[in-house]
Each structure stands twice: as C-alpha cells, then as structure tokens.
Design a protein. Structure first.
Length: 117
C-alpha cells in the first residue's frame, strides 16, 4: 500500500511556472515507477509524464514535452513535476500515481492548476 499526496498547485498566468510535488508513504518508494496525469473539466484523464523507479527513464506527453520535467528523490520519497511556459490549456487537476508491475495502482487526491490567459 502506498499513500500519495500532491501539493504545489495554484493559479498562475500564462507563461509562468509551477512545481508540483508528490509525497509518498507506505511501502518502499523505489519499488514504483511514478507518473503524473491530469484531468481538465469535461475531459478524460490523460497521461502527462512518467519516471522509472530509479529515474533513468522518463516519458512525456507530446503536449508538454520541452516544457515539463518529471523527477524523483527516492531518499525523500517524493516525485515532482516542474511545469514551465504554462498555457491556459494546461489547466486541470493533476494527479500523481504509482505503478507496480503493470498498471498504476495508487493515486493521490489531485491538486488544481489554473493557468490564466
């Protein structure tokens, strides 16, 4: 069992930056790959970025590539998402999730990000 708590969301102007954090507790954090997802109003949840257990591999959605950076600190049991050059279309609830062997089994409660134009 892993508990995940996101923080760092808020209101920012277009072109600005935010850094989201995901604090994990429970089982060994490095046992899980981590991912960030988002869900905009009226839309389905979508993949944003992922990072492997020890950080060697990262993946990004095309819509955020070059603007967002995912990272993790296994010593602190945290995962982060640095978001730069934010656009109004990045407005959503952002969720972190932990993946075991094949699927994302654990999810946080989400943090709201609003980007004003």
């Amino acid at each position: 069992q892993v508990q995940l708590v996101e923080s760092g969301g808020g209101l920012v102007q277009a072109g600005g930056s935010l850094r989201l954090s995901c604090a994990a507790s429970g089982r060994t954090f490095s046992s899980y790959a981590m991912g960030w997802f988002r869900q905009a109003p009226g839309k389905e949840r979508e993949f944003v970025a992922s990072i492997s257990r020890y950080g060697g591999t990262t993946k990004y959605a095309d819509s955020v590539k070059g603007r967002f950076t995912i990272s993790r600190d296994n010593a602190k049991n945290t995962a982060s998402l640095q978001m730069n050059s934010l656009k109004p279309e990045d407005t959503a609830v952002y969720y972190c999730a932990a993946r075991g062997s094949s699927q994302y089994d654990y999810w946080g409660q989400g943090t709201h990000v609003t980007v004003s134009s």
